[in-house]
Design a protein around this ligand. Structure first.
Ligand code: GDP
Length: 297
């Protein structure tokens, strides 16, 4: 389970304070030290941790927690609020195009779960948002990516447009766009190529697709298991492509949580979905408040 050790440590930190009859500045400092250690051990970005602890302390002092009737509970509440703030205070939403087809472009490094996420989102849009969705296979680099998308498409009964691996991603996108218009699709999800590393070729291809499609959403998949790398990858993709939201994948693994907890405040890109398994229905809308609760256990 993701966050297991973070949850355990944070709980221990909270207990140092809720278990006390009286709260003093010194046992609050002790708790904050514990919180700080928990977050650092979970691989949360150093600056993010520093700000987090400072904010909790400031709020606690500002609200005169020390004099309160139930000071321990108040501090726990403040920690939860700060966690939520870190994860993004509001739920992110997909932006739909009111005057035509909504284009959603997937992006991400190879192996992060981009193709799987494309299908999961198509299923979500079809079942939960009543959309007539089309999947487009523009990952013409990775062998088997097209077939993988076709198999996924069949399993969720969403058609998959492809011109095969010999046609470029951009030409496939152009033909798919035409096809979608002629056949009454309202939401089109473009799977794109990933690479092992960010390189110029990848970014050029994605930029050309972006210029043609003017997508309402560019969704970047990042792998929770890669910790701080999430932040580095998101930052670079964002600089070059202006991504609109993130999908954090593989939260069913034992990710420590640092990437998810750092990425929003550092890149200012919201998390839209989290993915927690290989099956097509293993996708959840991301709610910062619920995630904060889950992390606090
Ligand atoms: P892509 O190269 O980014 O398109 O990645 P894929 O969609 O092919 O996914 C790579 C591997 O990760 C596949 O074996 C997927 O089944 C698996 N995968 C994708 N998302 C998740 C997830 O949320 N949890 C787990 N455990 N596996 C996932």
């Amino acid at each position: 389970m993701a966050f297991e050790s973070l949850t355990e440590r944070l709980n221990r930190a909270m207990k140092t304070i809720t278990g006390q009859g009286k709260l003093t500045e010194s046992n609050m400092d002790e708790m904050l030290r514990e919180v700080r250690m928990s977050l650092l051990e979970a691989d949360v970005n150093y600056q993010v941790v520093k700000d987090f602890v400072a904010n909790v302390k400031e709020k606690a002092l500002g609200q005169k927690v020390l004099d309160a009737l139930n000071p321990g509970q108040m501090v726990v509440k403040i920690v939860k609020e700060e966690l939520q703030q870190l994860l993004g205070n509001e739920d992110a939403q997909i932006h739909f195009n009111d005057n035509g087809i909504t284009n959603i472009m997937m992006a991400g490094l190879q192996g992060t779960g981009k193709t799987t996420a494309a299908a999961k989102i198509a299923r979500y849009l079809k079942n939960k948002k009543n959309k007539k969705a089309l999947l487009v296979a523009c990952d013409v680099i990775r062998p088997a990516a097209i077939e993988q998308l076709q198999t996924l498409g069949e399993s969720i009964q969403v058609p998959v447009f492809t011109l095969g691996a010999e046609t470029s991603a951009l030409d496939t996108a152009k033909a798919a766009d035409q096809y979608a218009k002629e056949n009454g699709f309202d939401t089109v999800i473009y799977d794109t190529a990933g690479r092992l590393h960010i390189d110029e070729e990848l970014m050029n291809e994605l930029s050309m697709m972006k210029d043609f499609l003017h997508p309402q959403e560019i969704l970047l998949t990042v792998d929770a298991m890669t910790g701080q790398d999430i932040v580095t990858v998101a930052r670079e993709f964002n600089e070059q492509l202006q991504i609109t939201a993130l999908i954090v994948t593989k939260l069913d693994g034992d990710a420590r949580g640092g990437g998810l907890l750092s990425v929003r405040s550092i890149t200012n890109v919201p998390v839209l979905f989290v993915s927690n398994g290989e099956k097509v229905d293993d996708l959840e809308e991301f709610h910062p408040d619920r995630m904060a609760e889950r992390i606090l256990g």
